[in-house]
Design a protein around this ligand. Structure first.
Ligand code: UDP
Length: 258
């Protein structure tokens, strides 16, 4: 298909969408870590992230969070609304992990007394440095009103996602969000953009503390494909054993028990 590539990032490619104001997000299997110093692929990741992100964005919009998601197009692509990305990564933390543990010497796994919001300036060359709200105001990356909307949405998203994952035995440790401006003439409003997937979340099994996210790749733990699949499976996004199989198994067990 002859469509215009708008941007190629580390894990996604953006193409011009079929109608004005839309974009196609293509999910790759490529994985990077440590500001792209470590590169690799996780087989099938793009397909799973496309599906998980669709699921999370759909459920968030059901509770009134405005998002860029329009619809999934195929295994690796989804149609989204074109926005102007706010150049800030919003990190939401419930439990200490990753850069927070390194920066402040807090032990990994320490539950934070309340949810912590952090902001990083989106700039690969600078390695996405941590910034304060004062920097955001000083350099005009977002207005105070926009930051209020962003913080309020991030907290609601965290509450919803923490519950959604807890229900399937997963602890939501931390995650990254990106927001964009959706324009309506001169007026713009903030909506959730990018993706939500195990690439940008830390997800630990509640019973075993096993990591079910990109840390498996970052730390060479292995089993990253299986971990991503497990998250999708628990969310009910992969075909389970068919009912017929389950019935079959029960039939066998009943026969054996006789
Ligand atoms: N994160 C992300 N993209 C980034 C930085 C962080 O998706 O560029 C996610 C990361 O997966 C984790 C959370 O944000 O779930 C917090 O990441 P942290 O600041 O601890 O950085 P890291 O340890 O990944 O360097």
């Amino acid at each position: 298909m002859n469509r215009r590539k708008i941007y190629e990032g580390k894990a996604k490619i953006l193409y011009e969408g079929p109608e004005p104001g839309t974009i196609i997000q293509y999910f790759k299997d490529d994985a990077t870590a440590f500001n792209a110093e470590k590169k690799g692929t996780i087989n099938g990741k793009g397909v799973i992230n496309n599906r998980i992100s669709e699921h999370v964005f759909t459920r968030l919009s059901q509770i009134g969070i405005p998002t860029h998601f329009v619809r999934r197009l195929n295994m690796r692509e989804q149609l989204v609304k074109q926005v102007e990305i706010v150049p800030i990564e919003v990190i939401v933390r419930n439990v200490a992990a990753g850069s927070l543990t390194k920066r402040l010497g807090v032990e990994e796994g320490t539950t934070l007394p309340h949810t912590l919001l952090e902001y990083c300036y989106k700039d690969d060359a600078l390695g996405d440095p941590l910034i304060a709200e004062e920097h955001i105001a000083c350099f005009n990356w977002a207005t105070q009103d926009e930051m209020q909307d962003i913080a309020a949405m991030a907290i609601r998203i965290n509450d919803f996602m923490s519950g959604m994952f807890a229900a399937i035995g997963i602890r939501l440790i931390d995650f990254k969000l990106e927001f964009g401006r959706l324009f309506d003439g001169d007026f713009s409003r903030i909506i959730l953009a990018d993706e939500i997937s195990p690439d940008g979340c830390r997800l630990w099994d509640m019973e075993t503390n096993e990591k079910l996210d990109k840390d498996r790749f970052r730390r060479d733990l292995g089993g990253e494909e299986e971990a991503y699949q497990e998250v999708a499976r628990r969310l009910g996004l992969l075909p389970e054993e068919s009912d017929a199989d389950v019935l079959d198994m029960e039939h066998h067990r009943a026969k054996k028990g006789k």
